[in-house]
Design a binder for this molecule. Structure first.
Ligand SMILES: Cc1ncc(COP(=O)(O)O)c(C=O)c1O
Length: 489
């Protein structure tokens, strides 16, 4: 018998009846339900369709379904009470051809969560203070979207992104970062990572062999580029940021950079180098990808306007909601020169047909009603206080380390003393104290004799645990530093 769809109380149940004339219809329904339970499609507590609707959908007499349910109840597969829905028994477990009355906690293993060990406090860079996410305002924005958006909004998505969001971003980016940001130049992406992947796929399709990136940078970003089939060429970084003169010796005409706050080291690109970078891009008709991942968070100096403001035809400005709000939103924006719009939009459409529309509209709403910028202002004050506290606690408890990269952003670079512990030793000691910090090592393009350092987020720990967390980390550092013999390295 063909597959049937049954809908009851909003529940859909696909049943494939293997109708054998020798055993009859009732047995076929029973067998199909047993199989659905064994395979885990129906789980303990799931409500079965009413006998009337299942009979109607399968084209069988209601009595056949009543009898089948009652047989399964007798066998312990389902539970029926007069006047109540029939449900899959609480003691049922699925899998391996197992029958009823298995203990309910005997479920098959599920995939472990990506971020395990909830009792470990994450201090690796990358996360904002998630406890501060403006949940109430986001909920209000989603409610407003759902109450006001016409049905057609739920249809096919513009792969470039909703105009409401592109317009809201254009206004905010022009105001806050000086970006030349016509909504027509903006492409909405699922975070910077996807934007980089789209850009790489465009370049690859057009025959570009390589793309230049800062060394060090986020290893995951190098992976994105190489996964698209491009080679990564490196541009080294010193205390003034990327060494722009190295670009002239490379084949790449596209350079991905973090000029406002080098990631992960934390310096900003020297004004002379900003000028040479733009000269290079104009001279070779190339493109600078300005990854402004934490452009909102400046503490000790006036924010530098985006590079894009000075050469909008040669700079792709990339932003993300990951630092200002939460990385889990997976929302970002690429402001591209006019010649890039169609190429990026086609790549986006090919990749996933567009970003989830309710989230786009909710973000547009909180930018337009001022919540986004108020939240950024509030977090800037909070992160600055946290940063100052981290510096003070380390100075007091672990004076042998040097703390760098502090003028902006959400993390600090902790330089380990010469002759002190290795990065791996500090990471391990932190883990033993149930803290997760990142070694700088993997950020370098090539292994080498790099000065050891770890990266520590002061944004990520929950507010209630912040002081205790950084004190614990400072003690880990102090212990690790003390326990090293000077001859070790
Ligand atoms: C250098 C850099 N750029 C961009 C991002 C943002 O990436 P996404 O928007 O994909 O979360 C991050 C996130 O950690 C980052 O470290």
């Amino acid at each position: 018998m063909p597959v049937d769809w049954t809908s009851t109380r909003g529940r859909m149940l696909e049943l494939e009846l293997d109708h054998d004339p020798r055993t009859g219809r009732r047995a076929a329904v029973e067998a199909a339900l047993r199989e659905a339970i064994r395979s885990g499609r129906l789980r303990s507590g799931d409500v079965l369709p009413s006998t009337r609707s299942l009979a109607a959908d399968l084209g069988l007499a209601r009595g056949t379904i009543v009898d089948a349910y009652s047989q399964l109840a007798g066998e312990g597969w389902v539970t029926s009470r007069p006047g109540a829905a029939t449900t899959v028994s609480a003691t049922i477990e699925r899998g391996d051809g197992v029958g009823p009355r298995r203990p309910a906690n005997d479920r098959p293993a599920t995939r472990p969560p990506a971020i395990a060990q909830p009792d470990v406090i994450g201090l690796s860079p990358g996360l904002a203070d998630l406890g501060a996410f403006p949940r109430t305002q986001w909920t209000a924005a989603v409610r407003k979207v759902m109450q006001t958006a016409p049905d057609r909004v739920l249809g096919h998505v513009d792969p470039q992104g909703r105009l409401e969001l592109r317009s809201a971003l254009a206004g905010m980016l022009a105001r806050a970062r000086g970006v030349v940001a016509d909504p027509e130049r903006i492409v909405i992406v699922n975070g910077f990572t996807q934007g980089l992947a789209l850009l790489s796929s465009v370049l690859r399709r057009e025959g570009t062999p390589a793309l230049a990136m800062e060394d060090p940078n986020l290893p995951q970003h190098r992976d994105v580029v190489t996964a698209a089939g491009l080679r990564v060429e490196r541009v080294q970084v010193d205390e003034h940021g990327a060494k722009i003169e190295q670009l002239r010796d490379l084949t790449s005409t596209v350079f991905v950079t973090t000029p406002s706050h080098q990631h992960p080291l934390g310096m900003s690109l020297h004004p002379d180098r900003r000028a040479s970078l733009l000269e290079w891009a104009i001279g070779c008709d190339g493109v600078v990808v300005e990854d402004d991942y934490d452009g909102e968070f400046r503490y000790d100096r006036q924010p530098l306007a985006a590079l894009q403001a000075r050469a909008p035809e040669h700079v792709i400005y990339a932003g993300t909601a990951g630092k200002a709000l939460a990385v889990g939103l997976r929302l970002g924006w690429f402001v591209v020169p006019p010649g890039w719009v169609d190429r990026m939009v086609v790549a986006k459409r090919t990749a996933d047909a567009g970003t989830a529309v309710i989230d786009q509209l909710a973000l547009a709403e909180i930018i337009t009603n001022g919540v986004y910028e108020r939240h950024v202002r509030k977090m800037r004050i909070s992160y600055r206080q946290r940063r100052d506290q981290l510096v003070a606690v380390l100075a007091e408890r672990a004076p042998d380390v040097r703390v760098e990269g502090l003028a902006a952003g959400l993390h600090a670079v902790i330089r380990l003393p010469v002759g002190g512990p290795t990065e791996a030793e500090v990471v391990e000691a932190a883990r033993a104290a149930r803290l997760e910090v990142a070694a700088l090592g993997p950020f370098w393009h090539r292994p080498g004799n790099h000065p050891p350092a770890v990266l520590v987020s002061y944004a990520a720990p929950p507010a209630h645990a912040f002081t205790a967390t950084i004190e614990r980390f400072a003690d880990v550092l102090a212990d690790a530093t003390r326990s090293q013999r000077p001859s070790r390295r």
